[in-house]
Design a protein around this ligand. Structure first.
Ligand code: PMP
Length: 414
């Protein structure tokens, strides 16, 4: 049975205090905490078989290589990829998307071609397209966000056309929490002759994701948001697309044969992993995948739906708080961003930190959407497998105290 209280015991950091108060960690959308099992996998790698992968015939190198490739297989199975040849290890979501922009997009986009993205993208899924579009004379277009915080799909008829080469969309928004209809977007993209890229940074850690069911061509995500270590990310690419892509970075290991004047490329996916890969963190990501599989991704999702519904209900008591995104807990991932009239999010964040509550404040790397909503910043509480409803109570209690404090501070200043 899924029991967040038992899960918490695997996370030593959750028993620390902050400013003398028990830590209430609600910044999981920025990065998750790591269970002992992941930290142990990392320590075991360095303590017992550390050696460069794919290079040596000696025992340690073969052990490290086996574990590295086993991690790739685990990741492939986790997202239901048909083959582990389609899993490229990168540093994070950002690098995964940049890889596609610098290779596939740079080769395929021409003057007047279009990349269709959305008004709710993280800078990671916007700025790379701005750059490649400017370089190739292509145009960026945007699916609008409705006042309810969902994508306005009625605009697709006019936005998708024979010039659209790529649709690039976030699966779960890290501000609105909205879970976007990727399957439908991919179908419409393919009908128009375009490919579909999914930013899965906030979806893969939190719900079952099946790349074959979604029928996406690219999926990017980060280990550090799914109980894994920092410094390791994933790019999934459909094999037929990957076969035709030129390498991103060039150097050792990504080559098959090298002459002084030229080189040929290694097989998939090694063609896209130049230099010594971050095998230790990839192996620890494999341990994180094992951990999530043992919990069951359906249960992970169910837990987040429940705690988010509970929090949305509790937030109704807070008069000066406006929740961003859909009201229905079923339509959103496990995060709630909100604005507070009368208090700047940073001041709120600092106040709540004194209560031991870790909350994200700022624009969350989604400046254009905040601008569209008439905000410069917001506060965000985001949940994961170890969060319990009492922590939501602590947050709501802290918010009430903060609102009281700031209302009186404004009165005092008058
Ligand atoms: N996309 C989304 C939706 C995100 O929430 C984030 C992380 N905040 C990213 C992309 C970027 O992830 P990373 O910093 O690990 O590259």
């Amino acid at each position: 049975m899924f029991d967040p209280r038992a899960i918490r015991k695997d996370f030593p950091i959750l028993s620390r205090t902050v400013h003398g108060k028990p830590l209430v960690y609600l910044d999981n959308a920025a990065t998750s905490q790591k269970p002992r099992q992941v930290v142990q996998a990392l320590a075991e790698c360095y303590e017992s078989y550390n050696s460069n992968v794919h290079r040596g015939v000696h025992t340690l190198s073969m052990e490290a290589t086996d574990r590295y490739e086993a991690a790739r297989k685990k990741v492939a199975e986790f997202i239901h990829a048909p083959s582990d040849r389609q899993i490229i290890f990168t540093r994070n979501t950002t690098e995964s998307i940049n890889l596609v922009a610098h290779t596939w997009a740079r080769e395929r986009l021409g003057q007047g071609d279009e990349v269709l993205t959305t008004e709710m993208e993280h800078h990671s899924n916007l700025v790379p397209w701005q750059q490649v579009a400017a370089e190739r004379g292509a145009r960026l277009r945007f699916i609008p966000v409705t006042p309810e915080g969902t994508l306005d799909l009625s605009t697709l008829d006019s936005l998708l056309n024979e010039r659209t080469r790529l649709v690039a969309a976030v699966h779960t928004s890290n501000v609105l929490g909205t879970i976007n209809p990727i399957q439908e977007l991919a179908r419409r993209a393919h009908e128009a002759g375009a490919l579909m890229l999914v930013d899965g940074a906030q979806s893969v850690p939190h719900m079952p994701v099946d790349v074959q069911a979604l029928d996406c061509d690219f999926l990017a995500f980060s280990a550090h948001k799914m109980l894994g270590p920092t410094g390791i990310g994933v790019l999934y690419v459909k094999e037929s697309v990957l076969e035709g892509m030129e390498p991103f970075l060039r150097g050792g290991e990504m080559v098959r044969e090298v002459w002084y004047e030229r080189a040929t490329w290694n097989e998939l996916p090694f063609r896209f992993e130049a230099g010594t890969p971050n095998f230790a963190d990839a192996i620890a990501l494999g341990a994180a995948v094992d951990y999530l599989n043992a919990l069951g991704m359906d249960s992970v999702r169910q837990h987040e739906v429940e705690i988010t519904r509970y929090a949305l209900e509790a937030f109704r008591e807070l008069e000066d708080v406006e929740v961003l995104g859909p009201r229905d807990g079923n339509l959103r991932g496990g995060l709630i961003a909100f604005s507070v009239s009368g208090a700047h999010p940073h001041d709120l964040g600092t106040f709540l930190d004194r209560e031991g509550i870790a909350l994200r404040t700022g624009h969350h790397c989604v400046m254009p959407l905040h601008r569209k909503l008439g905000l410069t910043a917001s506060a965000r509480a985001s949940f994961y497998v170890y969060n319990v409803s009492e922590e939501v109570d602590t947050l709501v209690h802290g918010l009430k105290r903060a609102l009281d404090y700031f209302t009186h501070a404004v009165r005092r200043a008058r």
